[in-house]
Design a protein around this ligand. Structure first.
Ligand SMILES: Cc1cc2nc3c(=O)[nH]c(=O)nc-3n(C[C@H](O)[C@H](O)[C@H](O)COP(=O)(O)OP(=O)(O)OC[C@H]3O[C@@H](n4cnc5c(N)ncnc54)[C@H](O)[C@@H]3O)c2cc1C
Length: 410
């Protein structure tokens, strides 16, 4: 068993496919060490287990929608794309989505997965209730203030069987791509450029002093649709993929065509291979007020970045109060790297990249590649110590801790 990228091999001694909550409980009680698996899109060994690994492939795909409260209760194993289709047909929407609809709701929220938007929070912020099996086999429901400790919990507080999310009314989005924005313009007016739509992504290969592609996703009901020129960048007249080598067929519709939220907010369509496939990824979050300085520091080492890089993506995430969210307490910019599939080369370079971003107190994406030794999570996350205590209260014998979490000081 490998992860989506193929860079991680899972070797559990027992692979369990529960079909009911009772079977999850039995698997949790039987195992000494237990981890749960989503769609295995993470690039590190966060989901790995050397003992029991729980897959949700055969678990019933419950999607229970309450149109009055605008809430949806969704089972582990359900992917964002599946949830989005059901919500949309009930006249509802999620406030935001990640770049791909293929990931599971539970796996994605467990690592703080995000989309973009100056005030759009990460996807975990929509959680209003978590139902999970704890280390002692109890079926626990978490709501209220405790959610901030549990919404991003890296699979370390128990095995989640259902989440309830707050939805919003359905909305339409137009996606337009702009080409060759001057890098200098982005640095001078970062918030204005990244705020030029409901959700904006900037793609660059750190070449020619330009941001190659600006993907602007505008809400038809809220935003003024942008014209032919945006901060000097020109509106594209043909469809693009973020990568020169990628197929535009897999990308969501562009050229300003209006469509439902779930067919425009992700970059990639559910029925196609997202991104490139043969790749690795890393991502680092810094305070948005440090965006220009952090990007200038990376620009200075771009000659070292470029040989390993397929593309960089910049996105923004609104501050939240989720203890382990990469955007905890600060409006953030996420600086993402889609790397070529050169694990040794990327691993050797990451400490240099991480040192460059250290003055900005960069927080790495929990589901992507980074060097454990480069980060002091107790310093980066003000609530880290409290979270460790909270987690230990639910799992004193460290049933849900694997080697990867141990290496991060958990
Ligand atoms: C092509 C590609 C594009 C991506 N785009 C984005 C993006 O736009 N934004 C972004 O932020 N990230 C992005 N990612 C990263 C991805 O969103 C995260 O790695 C996410 O966590 C993957 O979700 P998953 O369902 O595959 O979970 P997995 O990788 O399988 O697991 C992730 C974590 O969730 C835990 N988990 C899973 N199920 C349960 C459960 N039932 N109970 C308890 N814990 C559980 C696992 O133990 C693990 O700790 C991308 C990844 C890829 C491959």
């Amino acid at each position: 068993m490998k992860n989506w990228s193929g860079n991680v091999t899972f070797n559990p001694s027992v692979l369990v496919h529960p079909t009911s909550v009772e079977e999850i409980k039995a698997a949790v009680l039987a195992g000494e060490r237990v981890r749960a698996l989503g769609s295995s899109h993470s690039f590190n060994t966060i989901a790995a287990s050397d003992d029991v690994l729980i897959s949700f492939e055969h678990f019933p795909k419950d999607i229970e929608i309450d149109t009055v409260a605008k809430r949806v209760r969704v089972a582990s194993g359900v992917r964002y794309g599946e949830l989005a289709i059901a919500l949309h047909s009930a006249g509802l929407a999620l406030p935001n989505m990640g770049s791909l609809p293929h990931i599971t709701v539970v796996g994605a929220t467990s690592t703080g997965t995000h989309g973009s938007g100056l005030s759009n929070k990460n996807l975990s912020a929509a959680i209003v209730s978590i139902e999970l099996i704890t280390a002692s086999g109890d079926d626990l429901t978490i709501t209220g203030d405790e959610l901030n400790a549990a919404r991003v919990a890296l699979g370390a507080i128990g095995v989640i069987h259902h989440l309830t999310l707050q939805a919003v009314d359905s909305f339409e989005v137009a996606q337009t791509i702009y080409l060759d924005l001057q890098f200098e313009t982005l640095l001078l007016d970062f918030d204005a450029v990244m705020g030029s739509g409901y959700s904006v992504s900037a793609f660059s290969i750190w070449d020619d002093e330009v941001i190659d592609q600006l993907w602007v996703k505008s809400r038809v009901d809220l935003d003024t649709l942008p014209g032919d020129d945006l901060f000097g960048a020109q509106r594209a007249s043909v469809k693009f993929h973020p990568l020169e080598v990628g197929s535009t067929e897999s990308a969501t519709e562009q050229l300003g065509s209006i469509g439902p939220w779930h067919e425009r907010l992700p970059h990639f369509k559910l029925d196609f291979m997202p991104s490139f496939g043969d790749e690795l990824q890393s991502e680092f979050f810094v305070d948005r007020k440090d965006a220009a300085a952090a990007l200038a520091a990376l620009h200075a080492i771009r000659a070292q970045i470029q040989p390993l890089l397929l593309v960089t993506e910049l996105r923004t995430i609104g501050a939240d109060e989720i203890w382990l969210s990469e955007a905890y307490g600060r409006d953030s910019v996420a600086i993402h790297f889609t790397w070529k599939p050169d694990f040794e080369g990327v691993s050797a370079f990451l400490p240099t990249l991480e040192k460059t971003l250290a003055p900005f107190k960069a927080r790495p994406h929990w589901g992507k590649l980074f060097t454990a030794e480069s980060f002091d999570f107790a310093e980066l996350y003000p609530k880290f110590g409290e979270w460790i205590t909270y987690r230990a209260g639910l799992d004193p014998d460290r049933k849900f801790i694997n080697a990867q979490l141990g290496a991060w000081g958990i």
